[in-house]
Ligand binder design. Sequence first.
Ligand SMILES: Nc1ncnc2c1ncn2[C@@H]1O[C@H](COP(=O)(O)OP(=O)(O)O)[C@@H](O)[C@H]1O
Ligand SMILES: [Mg+2]
Length: 240
Amino acid sequence: MTEEIVTIKNLSFGYPDGQQALNDINLTIYRGESVALVGPNGAGKSTLILHFNGVLRSNGHIRLLGKPIDDKNLKWVRSKVGLVFQNPDDQLFSPTVFDDVAFGPINMGYSDDEVHQAVTKALEMVGMAGFEKRSPHHLSIGEKKRIAIATVLSMSPEILVIDEPSSNLDPRGKWELIWVLESLPVTRVIVSHDLELVEALCQRVIILDRGQVAADGAAKDILADKELLAKHGLAMAEQG
Ligand SMILES: Nc1ncnc2c1ncn2[C@@H]1O[C@H](COP(=O)(O)OP(=O)(O)O)[C@@H](O)[C@H]1O
Ligand SMILES: [Mg+2]
């Protein structure tokens, strides 16, 4: 049996201003999967993943490792679900890379030795060993994105959830990030418009449109279905 990491049942969500962003979402993410969440702007992708680690809440509709996410287990939830925001400047706020990557482990009460080990390992995993003393604000966008990923990997999450990883990257930066993500031994959910990145990294694709799951299946089937992709505002680049 494959273990359920995130289980979502009948999740609907409206913002306080009345905007209905999610409509009866049902999906399960299993251990070891690499899942793409795709869909047009405004589909509800970011809103959905903010529910994965309790930033947005909807009592009873989401389980993490079988436990309902609620107000009392948020710290545990945040350590198990590594959520990487689209803009790394929303994630990096310390004077040094070390402090940013150490923030989660310190908050979890790790010892000094454990903090150092966790930071070293996380930076190695994203190919940024040796950057400990640098200021995150002076790094390139590609480097910032990798440090933002390290800030959640340092807590050894059960699942990595990453919003639009290739946005604002040039092709080289994008492929460097794809290789980093590919190498990570962790269950992943990747939100992206970039079907080339999706094809390189994901075995399963979920299409979200107007707050609903419009398709959920094998990447090779969904990415080959031009009609389906076009219907939801997505297109594979022409092979040429
Ligand atoms: N903070 C917010 N307040 C009100 N409406 C929002 C907020 N964030 C997003 N929305 C709305 O919710 C819907 C889904 O948005 P979002 O989850 O950001 O979509 P996506 O990430 O797929 O582009 C959109 O209609 C968007 O305008
Ligand atoms: Mg978004």
